[in-house]
Design a protein around this ligand. Sequence first.
Ligand SMILES: [Zn+2]
Length: 669
Amino acid sequence: MNKKFYITTPIYYVNARPHIGHAYTTIACDTIARRQRMMGADTFFLTGTDEHGQKIERAAQAAGKTPQEFTDEVSAQFRALWNRMGITYDDYIRTTDERHIKRVQVLFQHLRDNGYIYKGTYTGQYCVFDELYVDVVGAGAPCPECGRPTETVKEENYFFKLSAFQDKLLQLYTGRPDFIRPDTRRNEVMSFVRSGLRDLSISRSTFSWGIPVPDDPKHVIYVWLDALANYITAIGYGSTHEGAQEAFRRYWPADLQMIGKEIVRFHCVYWPAFLMAAGLPVPKSIVAHGWLLFEESKMSKSRGNIVRAETILDVLGADALRYFLLREIVFGQDGSFSFDALVQRYNSDLANGLGNLASRTLTMITRYFRGEVPYPAAAVSQKAGDNAVAETARTVITDYGDLIDQYQFSRALEVAWSLVAAVDKYIVENEPWALGEKQDEESRSRLATILYTSAEALRIVTALAHPVIPDATSRIWAQLGLGDIRKFPLSDLKWGQLQLGAKLGKVEPVFPRADKSAIERMQNMEEQQRSTVVAPQAEQPAAPTPLVATPAGKPAVSAPDGKISIDDFAKVELRVGQVKTAEKVKGADKLLRLEVDLGTEVRQVVAGIAESYAPEVLIGRKVVIVANLAPRKLRGLESNGMIVAASPEGGKAILASFLEDVPIGTRLK
Ligand SMILES: [Zn+2]
């Protein structure tokens, strides 16, 4: 039987819709899985969704759904995206699957039987967002991971004897330097473990959306133990079924578990400790990639800078996204995404690079050789340039394989595309189109050699790039008359395999050039999405603090019951102003008299913000003014406009302001 290869993505937490950060991890795994299959390995590629925990329970409640309805919906969105992108997963596990639930209970029982689980009492701070007890003191103390306020929890819990594994884990990291990659992550993990491991609370009784502890259903199993177990439950661990047990024996341990750097501790400390405690082998390798930044900041729901994969699929297709992410980001490090860079990379490497090479080569073969792969001249009459292309191709095959097997996608693609560049140069220097006009035997023979050489190089790049850009390469392969690329044994790839006289398929462009409007279209699609769709989210804020205008802290406009039209809103002229002077109003505790520069004029405004702001801190500050409000008198002073502030219930007014600098006089609309 062939060598097996078991690869996993992390299972994605269903508190957010999928975005290109999730797609990045999945694309990297899909690329590796496709390459392994082409190399002949019996490959098993697992992905899925993580669906339990208090965050999900609360998010479902906020969305007016049961947790099951909520998770069904979001899990289906992930799956639909992977299907649309042609991700070749072999199984899709959900932690709410019956098979998973039963097998996690088997694992818990197994750990308890082996003496690694005991009952104890826990008091401490718990971060709901991270599902983590944290080492801070005091009610509401901020979580060291995410900065959100923590909750004080006291509960009877089951504990896992993590402390018993400190030495064994250190032996693992030292004895198998490739267990955690890259080295930066390995070093972090080692220093964390060296600093001492405390036993881990692995059950919760404060909420119920989880897998019940066997024989003690008041408790649900800690979400991380539940989630990590998916990598073994999916392939049959804990099943009583003979076939499932056999699959587990065949595929475990995993060959590669791909994760993001933020979940390294769970995968590299807790996960191997759980496995050791259960008497199971640990995975062969855990590889952590960096974060995908959007124009320099981490893509996250709370920042509102998420980019959805769908937008890119609609405009440029899945191959464009796959190629960009793997080519642009140095794997393991943080990388940046922008629509500009995406389109630039698409045009330079795909449209003008591989796409252009395919179309010019295949078009000339169609035109000059009736669409049949021409016979090159005998070796003796070949020129140095022909051999140089063949030599480059041989080097590229070896180097590309080495690099991609070390997950250096960016370098690997750079190497493969050096062959595209070499052939482009070769074609330009040899001017086959000029030879195509001539009918003498020598010109025909020369032309045949040039087009054969170009087509053979094209075939090699196409085969190598297939796991990265499966769609376009399948089409180029078919245009080369080679049939189904997935059946090609990549391990046999070498120069000179192109079948002479083979009939080309129908020649069509694979990467149409993208113009500037593509960037705008994608940006508009994302903006529209952000402003119109309220995703089911765990971080949905509570009722927003209403924006009210002062003075005197009273809402000047009482909110109408019905909705207003855009025309109604347009009647309110909101402008950016800058405070020039500010002073207290005599005999009025709450009022300040301000002079505000609107660019075209300076207005006197009386505002009820004296309890929130000392006059001197306001000078120079930019504020938002309702500029077309009818003037009125307060304490004998004329107020010409209103300052916009948020007035929390029972709290002090907070001025509306901008994070970016905005010119004085700018209208808000
Ligand atoms: Zn936190």
